[in-house]
Design a protein around this ligand. Structure first.
Ligand SMILES: C[S@@+](CC[C@H](N)C(=O)[O-])C[C@H]1O[C@@H](n2cnc3c(N)ncnc32)[C@H](O)[C@@H]1O
Length: 273
C-alpha cells in the first residue's frame, strides 16, 4: 500500500488531485485524524447514537464517529463545500452527507444525541448562531462538543511557521497561517457561548500533535492546499519555503527525522437540559 504521508513529495501525482483530495490524503492522516478521539470523548459518542458532525469536510470525524455508533446508530456529516463532500462520499462507511452551513442546519429540532465538530467553527462568521443551531437539533440530554485550535502563540510549531512566512514573504502570508487560530481564546469562546445562551458550557484545553515525515513535508502539506499557502504563494516561493523549512523546524525533529507539531486546542462541551 502506498505510504500516504511520504507521497507528499510526488509532485506529478499531487498536480492531478483536487484541493479536497490533497487535504484528505495528506492533511487528514498527518493532522486532523489525530484529534478525533478528543471530540468523541467530549461528546460522549457511544454505540447506537445518532450523531451530527458540523463542518465535516472530507469526513475524518464522521468516520471516527461511525466506528463507534454503527450499526445501530447513524452519522450525518454537514459541510458547505461540495468538493470536500465529494471526497467524503468515497468513504465505505454508510454515513449521510449533507451540503449546508452551521448557521442553518437542515434538520428538525431534537434530532441528534450528539452534535460534534472539529476545526470548522472558526471559519463561521456568526458563531453564536451556529451554536444555537447545534443546540436546536440536539435531543434533551444530548451532548455538544466543538474543537477549535488554541491561539497560535500556544503552538510553537505553527508560530515558527508564521514567523518563517513573515521573514520570507511578508505579513499577508504570515496572516494566512495565523488566521485559523484566531478563535482559540477561552474568553472569546465564553462570550460566544454566552451570546448563544450556553452559559453552562465548559471550555477546556486538549493537546494533540501533527506528525510529518520531514520538516519539508509539514510545509508541503500546507503548500499543496489551494485555500492555504498554495493559494497565496507561487511555485518559486513554495520551493524557497520548503528549503528553509529544514532549518526552521529542526527543533521539532525526532530522531527518525520526522517532526511533531504540538497543537493545543480548545473544546466547548455542553449538555442540553
Ligand atoms: C479545516 S476543515 C475541517 C474539516 C473536518 N472537520 C476535519 O476535521 O477534517 C474546515 C471545514 O469547515 C467547513 N466550513 C466552513 N464554513 C462552514 C460553515 N459555515 N458551516 C459548516 N462548515 C463550514 C469547510 O468547508 C471545511 O470543510
Amino acid at each position: 500500500m502506498m505510504d500516504k504521508q511520504s507521497a507528499v513529495s510526488d509532485e506529478k501525482m499531487i498536480a492531478k488531485l483536487s484541493p479536497a483530495e490533497i487535504y484528505d490524503r495528506f492533511f487528514v492522516p498527518t493532522f486532523f485524524r489525530r484529534f478525533t478521539d478528543f471530540v468523541l470523548e467530549a461528546g460522549k459518542v457511544e454505540k447506537g447514537q445518532h450523531v451530527l458532525d458540523v463542518g465535516c469536510g472530507t469526513g475524518a470525524l464522521s468516520i471516527a464517529a461511525a466506528e463507534r455508533v454503527l450499526p445501530d446508530g447513524s452519522v450525518s456529516g454537514l459541510d458547505p463545500n461540495e468538493e470536500m463532500l465529494d471526497v467524503a462520499r468515497n468513504s465505505d462507511q454508510p454515513i449521510n452527507w449533507y451540503d449546508g452551513s452551521a448557521v442553518d442546519i437542515p434538520f428538525e429540532a431534537q434530532t441528534f444525541d450528539s452534535v460534534i465538530s472539529q476545526f470548522a467553527i472558526m471559519y463561521v462568521d456568526d458563531k453564536p448562531k451556529a451554536l444555537r443551531e447545534m443546540i436546536r437539533v440536539l435531543k434533551p440530554g444530548g451532548r455538544l462538543a466543538i474543537l477549535v485550535p488554541g491561539t497560535i502563540d500556544r503552538s510553537p510549531g505553527f508560530s515558527v511557521a508564521a514567523e518563517l512566512l513573515h521573514r520570507l514573504f511578508g505579513e499577508e502570508a504570515a496572516e494566512g497561517m495565523r488566521a485559523p487560530f484566531q478563535s482559540g481564546n477561552p474568553q472569546y469562546l465564553r462570550e460566544v457561548c454566552d451570546a448563544a445562551g450556553l452559559h453552562h458550557a465548559e471550555i477546556f484545553t486538549v493537546t494533540g500533535a501533527g506528525r510529518f515525515d520531514t520538516p519539508e513535508d509539514f510545509m508541503k502539506v500546507e503548500g499543496s492546499c489551494a485555500w492555504s499557502l498554495g493559494g497565496l504563494l507561487n511555485e518559486e516561493q513554495l520551493d524557497l519555503l520548503y528549503e528553509e523549512a529544514n532549518t526552521a523546524f529542526r527543533p521539532f525533529q525526532n530522531n527518525d527525522g520526522s517532526v511533531t507539531i504540538d497543537t493545543p486546542c480548545l473544546i466547548i462541551q455542553a449538555t442540553t437540559g
